[in-house]
Design a protein around this ligand. Sequence first.
Ligand SMILES: Cc1cc2nc3c(=O)[nH]c(=O)nc-3n(C[C@H](O)[C@H](O)[C@H](O)COP(=O)(O)OP(=O)(O)OC[C@H]3O[C@@H](n4cnc5c(N)ncnc54)[C@H](O)[C@@H]3O)c2cc1C
Ligand code: SF4
Length: 446
Amino acid sequence: MAIQNNRLTKEQYEANFADIHPPFENKTAAQVEASRCLFCYDAPCTKSCPTHIDVPKFIKQIVTDNVKGSAHTIFTSNIMGAGCSKVCPVEKLCEGSCVFNLLDEPPIPIAKLQRYSTEKAMENNWQLFERKNSVGKKVAVVGAGPAGLSCAHVLSREGIDVTIYEKESKGGGLMTYGIAAYKVTPQFCEDEVNYITSIGGIEIKYNHELGKDITLSQLKKEFDAVYLGIGVGVARQLDIPGEKLEGVVDAIKFIYNIRANGYPSVPVGDKVAVIGMGMTAIDAATQAKRLGAKQVTMVYRRTEKEKPCTQHELDIAMLDGCEVIWLAAPQKIKGSGGKVKQLVCSVMKLGDPDASGRRSPVDTGETFTLDVDMVIKAAGQVPFEKLIKKSRLDNKNGKIVINENCATSIKGVFAGGDAVNGGKEVVDAVQAGKDGAKAILKYLAP
Ligand SMILES: Cc1cc2nc3c(=O)[nH]c(=O)nc-3n(C[C@H](O)[C@H](O)[C@H](O)COP(=O)(O)OP(=O)(O)OC[C@H]3O[C@@H](n4cnc5c(N)ncnc54)[C@H](O)[C@@H]3O)c2cc1C
Ligand code: SF4
């Protein structure tokens, strides 16, 4: 057993990481699907979309071949509508609430139709929004992720001059550095950032880190308001013996390497264990398999019924050949010569419901051992607690606390997205950015 990179040929990497949800082949195919829509009054799909896109309207516009109008409808509610069409877990959002599900028929492929219009808009660089004349106000946004970009776009539309401070060398946040490579490519993410900022009035200062290159008090002095969209940080520690052994990796860093450095450069084991069952765990497991790992086993301390990922996501992992062991919690990692050799797990059973309402896992005292050479930790992410506390922001275990106006405990400083909610979906962060911008506009109003 060994951890090694460059396991596959260029063609194999390309095939393994090809677009998981390909677009419509042509206009007719899109219009045929769009024509199935019943254009429900009080549409449940719109209600289930966190950004409340007027889904029946944009679908009707596709039927009548008004693709530009359709893209405008989508982007008005969600400026990352193109990215969301590729990454939204639609089975639990818009498509999951489509009335066709009740009729035992396939739901309208809302995301695929959304992709049809928004990709055309991006490809043709349609400028669908006009920035108002500058009103002479400046806002600093920290983080060029979905929350920050969405906030910046709304503010810019209203004539505010926005400067985004981003610690990485590219924008997009976890869209660029976190989401599975078979959903969005780095090139698409770059194009999307360029499309959003092409409205003007938004400058992104890359390689500028809050807490290192700039401080919150500096930003407060230089700008009329500040928006924090810094997301959450690294994977949660397991706090078990053997966690420092070579071969134990953080899922976020593992995925970051795939996105930032390319498939062949990322080392992966023969036998990999992934701890967790959320979206990050699924993405780490499927991508380890697609990088050439021979065996990938996901270990989760509850049963399938309590899993945090969706059935669709689990199906992807299963189809990729990943195995799952339910009711198992990591107890210790054993090594030899400083490297991972085995993962010892406790066998769990379900007890009483915990604060999340799900039945909690209880140790039975029994154990089993897996032979592995790599352990990927994906048991949740932890916020940037040190930075938040140093900036003297009210917080709950590192998550920034805001009021109903998106305002933090420091006057003129607003926040949203994963940094506040601890980690949801891209579409939630986009909505948080819109809410933040609305609150800032109210705060800056004469
Ligand atoms: C592995 C993984 C897979 C996911 N898959 C999906 C998916 O398939 N679909 C989906 O909808 N959601 C998915 N998500 C969740 C989604 O990516 C996030 O909810 C969303 O990106 C949050 O947006 P945000 O803007 O709040 O934060 P982020 O996307 O994290 O953006 C924050 C930005 O702030 C920057 N930043 C951080 N600290 C500083 C600092 N001190 N100074 C300057 N800049 C800073 C970061 O570099 C980053 O660019 C996934 C998340 C992970 C971890
Ligand atoms: S943004 Fe996402 S949830 Fe909303 S309509 Fe589009 S695909 Fe569905």
